[in-house]
Write a new protein. Sequence first.
Length: 371
Amino acid sequence: MSMRDFAAGEFIDIIEWIDESNDTLVWRFERPRNEIKNSAQLIVRPGQVAVFVEQGEIADVFVPGRHALTTMNLPVLSRLRGWKYGFESPFKADIVFVSTKQFVNRKWGTANPVIVRDPELGPTRVRAYGTYAMRVHDAAQLVREIVGTSSVFLVDEITDQLRDLVIAKVSESLASAQISVLELAAKYTEMSGRALQQAAPQFQQYGLELTQLVIENVSLPEDVEQAIDQRARLNVIGGMDRYTALQSADALRDAARNPNGAAASGVGLGMGATMGQRAMAGAAAAAAAVPAAPSGDEPPPVPAAESPWYYAVGGERRGPVDLGSLRDLARAGTVTGEMLVWTRGMSQWATASGVPALAGLFSTGKGAPAN
């Protein structure tokens, strides 16, 4: 190797960074023992800037393009080096490439619940999740505040700090919004914009720009969600009275389908306190109707308790009544053959005229009971 070839190998005449990663924020140009040749070519690709650092002080910054390194386009470095008339010999300087592309889909989420004062529910705990995007706005500021002497700086190295800034501002926005959690889903865009404005200055101190902040979801504790679902269900059904009636009807249906009688206890629970009082009154009346045994004779068999009947009027259940009372209601026209009736042993509600045990009550005409 000739001395000329050796000298040429000691000089750098092409400076560039080919970034094949998706997470590198800063890359320092490696030049072990090499000096940068006068008029060397600096290639800065789209989505990059190149920062020259002289002994820890930021010198010149180059935007995308091809640049010949001379005193003409290195004014700050020339001043720092004291080159009054230009430099002809090679020189050394740290060259730091900074990626200016957007780093998107950065996740954030509240580690602990945020207490918000809901106008309807009162103090409520919520959690929030979402994403944000950012990019380098001031490369010199970033190198000065964050990078230091690192040869490679990944975006993940600052992710925790940025995420904490976002979470703090989102939590502050949620706590001060005074918006019902029931309406937050319609306010995600508004809340996201407010949190972005509050967090942006925190990013700028590092030379970064917060370009997007998205609130994807605000969730409630599971027990609160269940309570809200229950309230919505009651509103759809039509109130607590209607809900109790439907629960009772479901319990009666289940009892009819269960031949072992185990569902009888469920019937009592489903019918509620009022139905329980009616059942107790019916039981007392049935006990009083049992005939006394003649003196000195064996008591006759206790008659089987008559199953109560239920009938529907306007979509609401009425009863229980015994068969005699049902007959009187049929004669009075209160119960007609087209009405739905049910008693123990029936799998479902049926029209009164279609039940064999009641067919005789309506045999003389439509809805008219027999005498």
